[in-house]
Design a protein around this ligand. Structure first.
Ligand code: AHM
Ligand code: MG
Length: 363
């Protein structure tokens, strides 16, 4: 009988990556610390109503509102605090930035500073937390440019191509960490008895073609013309210009939607829409150019998706090439199966070139 392959823990995987000189010791420590923080968050999320952690966080006057203008859940605050505390003292970071905090958090003077920057959305999809839907933590790692003692907002304003690692932890029926350090995208499942993340999906691959799309259709009337055309053609199915039937899924928790796409393909779209504000191409207000945040959500997810053979775009340009001008910049997001992302981008390019929908349908 063949011997079953030895299970590979996250720790062993990272040590082997270090031996291959794909990561250094500090980056290994950083990823281990983030993974440990995610285990703590998983416990808090898993307690649900029993832990008294559901509902909104209290602010000075009613609900606490974060920099994004959203009411914070208690678990948003808990997850943010867990990540900050876990990462403060290891000596691997110069600073953190969080979707929940207006300004970056430099490592306190009491601790040594390292040369990495960590960005995170501590609890993505938290509006779903009270209804027990999968949520997750998304993170991105950058090198700190210049002197780690002088870190500021500007230090973080790097394009997604500069990320040295990215990942998410999904708190679902099982807790999984999905990680890239620029050498493929790998999935680890938390063994709850052992307390260890175990490698369960090496080299995740997204099928290039798909028949599944994920979008919040309730915003349809606010979309721009090429989005209307693209989704109209998806919905037309086999009888339409795409010549095949499409299925739709929308969990409204990006981590869960992207996890499905990494597992079985699909396209995830959160396009610009009129109610959000400034059109991204007008570049007047980067904080209102979409719903999802470039640096905490779009960049890490784009790196994971590209490393798994997929594609990621604003609808007009590669997300990872976007140079941020604002820490909390937002961006339209199209990511997933490569051929489908390219199809969606085509609708935008043809619209920008003045090609009419009927002509596009025959193209
Ligand atoms: P959050 O970071 O405040 O949770 O917001 C991001 C979430 C994504 O997880 C999800 O894709 C999107 O918002 C859902 O938006 P909508 O409620 O408009 O469908
Ligand atoms: Mg989020």
């Amino acid at each position: 009988m063949p011997t079953p392959a030895t299970p590979v823990s996250l720790t062993r995987f990272l040590i082997e990556e270090q031996r291959e000189q794909r990561i250094n010791a500090d980056l290994r420590l950083l990823i281990e610390v983030v993974a440990r923080a995610c285990k703590t968050i998983a416990v808090a999320v898993g307690k649900g109503a029993l832990g008294g952690v559901l509902g909104e966080a209290a602010g000075a006057q009613g609900a606490s509102i974060n920099i994004q203008g959203e009411a914070q859940k208690k678990l948003d605050v808990i997850a943010n605090d867990v990540l900050l505390e876990a990462n403060a003292w290891g000596g691997h970071l110069a600073a953190c930035a969080s979707e929940e905090m207006e300004e970056p958090f430099p490592i306190p003077d009491a601790y040594p500073r390292g040369n990495y920057l960590l960005l995170f959305d501590p609890l993505d999809g938290s509006s779903n937390i009270d209804v027990n839907v999968s949520v997750g933590t998304i993170f991105s790692v950058l090198d700190c440019p210049g002197d780690a003692q002088c870190v500021d907002t500007q230090s973080f304003l790097q394009p997604g191509t500069a990320q040295v690692a990215a990942g998410y932890c999904i708190y679902g029926p099982s807790t999984m960490l999905v990680l890239t350090t620029g050498h493929g995208t790998h999935g680890f499942t938390l063994d709850r008895e052992q307390g260890s993340f175990m490698l369960t999906q090496r080299e995740m691959r997204i099928p290039a073609e798909t028949r599944e799309f994920a979008i919040n259709m309730s915003n349809q009337r606010h979309w721009e013309a090429p989005m209307q055309d693209y989704v109209r053609d998806l919905l037309a199915g086999r009888e339409g210009p795409r010549g095949k039937d499409f299925n739709m899924r929308w969990i409204a928790s990006m981590v869960a939607d992207v996890h499905r796409i990494l597992t079985r393909g699909g396209i995830f779209i959160y396009p610009w829409d009129r109610k959000l504000g400034a059109r991204p191409q007008d570049n007047t207000d980067p904080t209102r150019a979409g719903k999802l945040r470039l640096m905490y959500e779009a960049n890490p997810m784009s790196m994971l998706v590209e490393q798994a053979g997929g594609a990621s775009s604003t609808g007009r340009a590669r997300i990872l090439d976007q140079v941020p001008s604002h820490l909390h910049e937002r961006v339209p997001v199209f990511l997933g199966s490569k051929a489908e992302v390219e199809a969606a981008v085509q609708y935008h390019h043809q619209f920008d070139a003045g090609i009419q929908p009927e002509v596009r349908a025959q193209a």
